[in-house]
Ligand binder design. Structure first.
Ligand SMILES: *Cc1c(COP(=O)(O)O)cnc(C)c1O
Length: 401
């Protein structure tokens, strides 16, 4: 019965062109990666799909630091952080993050998690207790939404970047603790949340602002600290989550907040308490990643990203002008996430397949990840792409148009 039931669900997905599948990568994360095709044959593709925006995953200094970390600490951490899994490297990562974020969050203190998904569940569920009310942006990442499902708090949603709508909801709330929860950079659109306006509302209504900076950390701000630095915000009401598997090129995540909040998370976050700490070698290598992000190399890579973004936008704008009847449109984005909205599911998958025949991998993103009728190519850029890579993508799109 279960097998028949699930097979019927799978058939339904197939009929709507919604089946998801994994691809086997034979080489490491880089703009040129060998990936097995649907026929199982390995093939080198030009990738526009990774979130390794700074290209650090393939940086030789990261590989060396990982090896050094393994020599120093061996394999796994062996236990949860509260038992014996919290190595000197874990400690150092948290203390560097606390110091890094001090300009934007008074009394900043960091707590590390194994993944961003876990960090978001932890912070939203632990802070969203029965005394709280959560105000959640509609386009938030799935992990924040799942966090609200675990929370005991009342949960309301406000429309995408709708500051006025949020203001009305905050004004109507009688909750003792109010938590505004938002992505900083929306992962399927690439636009940035109006954080200064959201923080002003938090100040006005005695609320707290939880910011998921998965796509901002490393990319935005002069030192790569992310969206808080980008906007120059400063407040103890800011609670920021960053992932370390994207721009940092490794794995893991952190929450930085006022020290009392971070200390409370250590007592209350069930996925911190009941899960094995990340491998210490990864934490050791993160220290090298932080130095790269904050140093001149990180700055140079952020500048290269900005150049590539401008070139891609100009290239696609010119293409759309040459083909005025195409229903495609570029999303408004000033981040390395540059979506090209196509429309239907079958169309976007056919386009992604055609690009792949040309040797380019650009993933098609379909509902429910994005709204119906707004299926898109999610083009992501890395600092290790060249301008010629971007030109090749534009030329291949033109050929498909
Ligand atoms: C990727 C992502 C996460 C999850 O982070 P992981 O470390 O990959 O688990 C959370 N929020 C957003 C917006 C993301 O894009």
């Amino acid at each position: 019965m279960l097998i028949e039931h699930l097979q019927a669900r799978l058939d339904e997905l197939q009929a709507q062109s919604l089946t998801r599948f994994t691809r086997v990568a034979e080489t490491g994360t880089a703009p040129r990666q060998v990936v097995r095709g649907a026929d199982g044959e390995p093939r080198e593709l030009l990738m526009f799909c990774s979130n390794d925006y700074l290209g650090l995953a393939a940086h030789p200094a990261i590989a060396d630091a990982l090896v050094e970390g393994v020599r120093c600490y061996g394999g796994g951490s062996g236990a949860s952080p509260l038992v014996s899994g919290h190595s000197r490297a874990h400690h150092e990562v948290e203390s560097q993050l606390g110091e890094w974020f001090a300009p934007w969050i008074p009394q900043a203190r960091a707590i590390g998690f194994c993944t961003g998904y876990m960090a978001n569940l932890a912070v939203v569920a632990a802070l969203g207790d029965a005394q709280a009310e959560i105000f959640s942006e509609t386009l938030n990442h799935a992990s924040l939404i799942d966090g609200t499902r675990l929370a005991k708090a009342k949960v309301g949603r406000y429309a995408h970047v709708d500051v006025q709508g949020l203001r009305q909801q905050l004004a109507a709330s009688t909750a003792r603790i109010k938590l505004i929860v938002t992505d900083a950079v929306f992962s399927m659109d690439g636009d940035i949340a109006p954080l200064p306006a959201l923080l002003a509302l938090a100040e006005e209504f005695d609320a707290w602002l939880i910011v998921d900076d998965a796509h901002g950390f490393g990319v935005l701000g002069a030192s790569g600290a992310g969206s808080l630095e980008h906007f120059g915000l400063r407040s103890e009401r800011l609670i920021v989550m960053g992932t370390l598997g994207k721009s940092a090129g490794l794995a893991g995540a952190f929450v930085v907040a006022h020290a009392t909040i971070s200390r409370y998370l250590l007592q209350a976050a069930r996925n911190y308490i009941f899960s094995t700490a990340s491998p210490p070698a990864v934490e050791h290598a993160l220290l090298t990643s932080f130095a790269l992000i904050r140093g001149s190399e990180g700055r140079a890579r952020r500048e290269q990203l900005a150049r590539l973004q401008a070139r891609l936008q100009a290239g696609i704008a010119a293409l759309l002008q040459r083909h005025p009847t195409l229903p495609w449109r570029m999303a408004e984005s000033c981040t390395p996430i540059q979506p090209l909205i196509i429309g239907g599911n079958a169309e976007v998958m056919a386009l992604a397949a055609a690009l792949e025949r040309e040797g380019l991998r650009v993933p098609g993103i379909r509902p429910p990840t994005v709204p119906k009728g707004e299926a898109r190519l999610r083009i992501t850029l890395c600092a290790t792409h060249t301008e010629a890579d971007v030109d090749r993508l534009v030329a291949a799109l033109e050929a498909c148009a």
